[in-house]
Design a protein around this ligand. Structure first.
Ligand code: ATP
Ligand code: MG
Length: 283
């Protein structure tokens, strides 16, 4: 069983070494209209694979700045939902909007990424030969031609932004180590840092704690806690103690099953929901 730590304990796990390092500079790009307080709308979304409904009239909204945990049994459609949001899979039916105005069903994957949606897959993909610092540098929004970036002199702003991100992801001490030498948990945090360099408005994380040790899992929870409010997040996860650490007493948790929302509420509320107990927790 994993140890649940208090928020204070989690915060100290990832506290920057200098004590007063600034938070990562993550801002919502102006193009996303969140005047109604909602950053993501999924309405009546269906996706079929050879007649099988992976998403079955799924409706879900996410508040700007919210960290939403999504749980549910294998095959519930959680990853498919992320595929739809990122443009990897086209829905057969339904509406998917980023803010009030951006219709994600009409945008391709690169356009959706540029609009401010970052996605973390389960397996970390970092440049193993390059130091941690350079991985963050390569991920910066300003210059995708990374061969040129490597040779170019960094502006002071860019360097400051990398320093901030290093502090946020708790890897300031590892800045000049090749990424290939990092532990699995550190690589996962580095990859999140690389996504942060793109200043996403919405981060999608699919089972980010999978394969992590207890300490790595809680360091990840602390990292996501630090990002709270700077970008909106959807975290799909099976590890219930990790979910408990992220959701706290008041965070909203969505339970998916059979391609739709089965229940939604605080973790305590959904844990008490009979349908949830039957289809998921009671297994
Ligand atoms: N490209 C595809 N082609 C055919 N079937 C698919 C495809 N992608 C997903 N599915 C099916 O859709 C259903 C939902 O899958 P999905 O991966 O979204 O579930 P999940 O909730 O992420 O499950 P897990 O917790 O195991 O990751 C599954 O039955 C899966 O086999
Ligand atoms: Mg999945």
């Amino acid at each position: 069983m994993k140890t649940i730590r208090t928020p204070d304990e989690m915060a100290t796990l990832l506290a920057p070494p200098s004590g007063d390092a600034p938070m990562a500079h993550v801002v919502t790009p102006g193009a996303i209209d969140v005047t109604h307080g909602t950053i993501l709308y999924l309405e009546d979304v269906s996706v079929s694979f050879d007649g099988f409904r992976a998403l079955n009239s799924l409706s879900l909204t996410l508040d700007a700045g919210e960290l939403r945990c999504v749980i549910g049994p294998n095959g519930a459609g959680k990853t498919t939902m992320m595929d739809v949001i990122t443009g990897r899979t086209r829905p057969d039916h339904g509406r998917v909007f980023l803010g009030q105005t951006l219709d994600l069903t009409r945008m391709d994957e690169p356009a959706i990424a540029r609009a401010g949606i970052g996605r973390k897959f389960q397996k970390p993909t970092v440049f193993e030969q390059h130091p941690v610092w350079e991985n963050l540098e390569l991920a910066m929004k300003t210059d995708k031609r990374w061969h040129a970036t490597l040779r170019a002199r960094l502006t002071r702003d860019a360097a400051a932004s990398i320093e901030e991100t290093l502090a946020t992801i708790g890897l300031a001490q590892q800045a000049w180590r090749p990424a290939g030498e990092l532990s699995h948990g550190q690589k996962q945090r580095l990859e999140i840092g690389m996504l942060l360099m793109q200043q996403p408005a919405l981060l999608l994380l699919d089972e980010p704690a999978a394969g992590m040790t207890d300490d790595e899992t809680m360091a990840l929870a602390a990292l996501l806690d630090r990002l709270r409010g700077t970008c909106s997040m959807i975290v799909v996860e099976h590890d219930m103690e990790f979910v408990a650490a992220l959701a706290g007493a008041h965070g909203r948790v969505t339970v998916m099953a059979e391609g739709r929302v089965l229940a939604q509420g605080t973790l305590d509320e959904v844990k008490r929901d009979e349908a949830v107990v039957e289809s998921y927790l009671g297994r």
